[in-house]
Design a protein around this ligand. Structure first.
Ligand code: SAM
Length: 267
């Protein structure tokens, strides 16, 4: 039977074994690692991961792939496929914070929600090695005050470091997507006790909510009045008319502390 790729699920599969094995090498996984994959597809990447990892847990939304996967992954006893939407399924409870890694050729229509889903959860992975559109790869690893810098770059920088490991042309996929791609590896830092990551993430998301607006205007979306927003920004040594795109992790953490104090004082 010929498999009909479903565009709506971002079904652009990889087949080149050298590329698949290079992606797995980029991830740095070892036989001690439990790996989560989103989008098993026909199982080409899953099989390469399974050869190097202790265990692979892979989500696949399209149940039509079940027979293909059973055949392509037969004999690999360390693979578990969970059929369903990764964003709607909970991760197995045995996955402890920083106790697993993500390796995936992501479905592009939900790249950003999936990255946030992993980064913002109580049990984040220790690293993510993901194939994404090249344009998203540039955003993931962008520095403050550059055109590609945004909420995604800032949230990743808050949690760790992102590095593009390779570019991948569209013709390496079947069928080829309309854009070129790249592999990015994010290594997450161990969390610091004195940072409220969820709060800083809320502040980052607000800071970039409306790109043309100043940081103060965007911070007001969090329910603050202008005076308190200005005070928080000035308290960390920044000008009241600065835009969010100029701030790095340290400033976002400091502003969040300032806002927390002001919100509590007003409560
Ligand atoms: N890993 C395979 C490969 O590299 O050839 C397939 C990658 S393909 C880019 C993305 C896969 O994600 C597709 O098989 C698609 O059906 C699946 N997918 C799409 N949305 C999903 C979701 N919300 N949860 C789980 N899998 C999803």
């Amino acid at each position: 039977m010929v498999f009909r790729h479903d565009k709506k699920y971002g079904q652009n599969f990889l087949t080149d074994t050298n590329l698949l094995s290079a992606i797995v090498n980029d991830s740095g996984i070892t036989f001690d690692d439990t790996v989560v994959e989103v989008g098993a597809g026909a199982g080409a990447l899953t099989a390469q991961i399974a050869k190097k990892a202790k265990q692979v847990i892979s989500y696949e939304i399209d149940k039509r792939l079940e027979t293909v996967l059973e055949s392509n992954l037969s004999g690999l006893s360390n693979v578990q496929i969970i059929y369903g939407d990764a964003l709607k399924n909970e991760l197995p409870s045995e996955l402890k914070p920083y106790g697993y890694k993500v390796v995936a050729n992501l479905p592009y229509y939900i790249t950003t929600p999936l990255l946030f889903w992993f980064l913002e959860r109580d049990n984040p992975p220790s690293s993510l090695t993901v194939m994404v559109q090249e344009e998203v790869a540039l955003r993931m690893s962008a520095s403050p005050a550059t055109p590609d810098y945004g909420a995604l770059s800032a949230v990743i920088a808050l949690r760790g470091t992102a590095k593009m490991t390779r570019k991948v042309g569209r013709n390496m996929f079947s069928p080829p997507p309309n854009v070129d791609s790249a592999v990015v590896r994010i290594d997450l830092n161990p969390p610091e006790d004195n940072i409220d990551y969820a709060a800083v993430t809320r502040v980052i998301r607000a800071a970039f909510a409306m790109r043309r607006k100043t940081l103060v205007n965007n911070l007001m979306l969090l329910g603050l009045n202008r005076e308190n927003a200005v005070k928080a920004v000035e308290a960390v040594g920044l000008k009241a008319d600065i835009r969010g795109e100029r701030l790095g992790t340290k400033e976002f953490v400091e502003i969040t502390r300032q806002l927390g104090m002001r919100i509590m004082q007003n409560a």
